[in-house]
Design a protein around this ligand. Structure first.
Ligand SMILES: Nc1ncnc2c1ncn2[C@@H]1O[C@H](COP(=O)(O)OP(=O)(O)OP(=O)(O)O)[C@@H](O)[C@H]1O
Ligand SMILES: [Mg+2]
Length: 315
């Protein structure tokens, strides 16, 4: 398998009046071509910042991002424009990414025009193709975003992201704002597009059922760091990090033989501003010990199953 994305020691810090906010702090992972990496974790743990940094909507603070084996971390000019074309994003709320004053057709064709790669008739043709691809009726060409329901609006967001035929798409909570009945349709569309167009996804969500359905592998983030990383199957069968365990035990279970266990998280959330060097989960962790105040190394506990917890073998 070829790697499309490789991230090494990636950091994204934001300066704030109170110090440096460590939004993404030393993150490492690989995404193979055609696969989906799910990224889960609580609000504010850095999922969106990670996605945005990957596709160069934020400049990295340090570390490396490889795309198709090429280090693109700090590329500028033409190389940056090319990288940005190859890496797109779909947002939770298409309202924030699409202009309410533009028609559907104008929204989808905008990236085609901006790229200056296509003539007028080609742009018309591609716009129709994209609308078909995502299942939007051509009669909606001259409608406005507010005239569409959430599911169709998200389809417009997807069409726009696909316009320049990218290889990689960050899906940032793409179904969280949709009715449950529509969520499955959009997820299935994303899955179909992935196969048809050999797309690679990073899929950000805090919905564990969604991430389980869509991802091949999962990274669990806690305050800017990846605390656990493995295949989706493995994560749900044998979660190892105390935070992952707590996260998974909070899913309401419908299986009467395994009634819901809630290991509710207690304790204060550590601040992401100037964090201490030890485990960031320490204040809420039921297994915390002295050793947890030291920096936690990521260890491959089982093949391809990485955990950043010094107590992983004892608990
Ligand atoms: N542009 C910015 N400037 C300063 N701080 C930021 C900026 N963007 C994000 N942050 C901070 O970085 C941290 C991570 O935020 P981020 O939006 O990436 O989290 P998230 O996991 O996507 O959360 P959510 O699930 O709520 O979308 C938060 O503490 C947030 O306040
Ligand atoms: Mg987010």
């Amino acid at each position: 398998m070829e790697n499309l994305i490789e991230v090494k020691n990636l950091k994204k810090y934001f300066p704030t009046p109170h110090g440096m906010l460590h939004a993404v702090d030393d993150v490492n992972f690989i995404i193979e071509k055609g696969k989906t990496l799910g990224v889960v974790g609580e609000s504010g743990c850095g999922k969106s910042t990670l996605g945005r940094t990957l596709i160069h909507l934020h400049e990295s603070t340090s570390g490396q991002i490889f795309f198709n084996g090429k280090d693109i971390t700090f590329v500028k000019g033409k190389a940056l424009r090319e990288a940005r074309e190859q890496m797109q994003i779909i947002f939770q709320d298409p309202y924030s990414s699409i202009d309410p004053r533009k028609t559907i057709e104008a929204t989808i064709r905008e990236p085609l025009i901006v790229s200056r790669k296509f003539g007028k008739s080609e742009i018309d043709e591609k716009t129709s193709e994209l609308m078909n691809l995502v299942g939007i009726d051509e009669r909606l060409r001259v409608s406005y975003p507010h005239e569409l329901d959430g599911g169709r609006r998200q389809r417009v967001g997807i069409a726009r992201a696909l316009a320049l035929d990218p290889q990689f798409i960050v899906c940032d909570e793409p179904v969280s704002a949709l009715d449950v009945s529509i969520q499955a349709q959009v997820l299935n569309l994303l899955k179909k597009l992935q196969i048809d167009r050999a797309l690679t996804y990073m899929f950000v969500t805090h919905n564990l059922s969604v991430v389980r359905y869509i991802s091949d592998d999962i990274c669990v983030m806690y305050l800017g760091q990846v605390v656990e990383k493995c295949s989706t199957k493995e994560l749900f069968v044998s979660p190892l990090h105390p935070y992952t365990k707590a996260l998974l035990s909070a899913i309401p279970s419908v299986d009467i033989h395994h009634p819901m266990k809630r290991e509710l998280l207690k304790g204060e959330i550590t601040s992401p501003i100037n964090p201490k060097p030890g485990c960031r989960f320490v204040a809420r962790c039921p297994y915390a010990r002295e050793a947890c105040l030291q920096p936690q190394k990521q260890e491959e506990v089982v093949k391809n199953h990485f955990v950043a917890c010094c107590r992983v073998h004892e608990i």
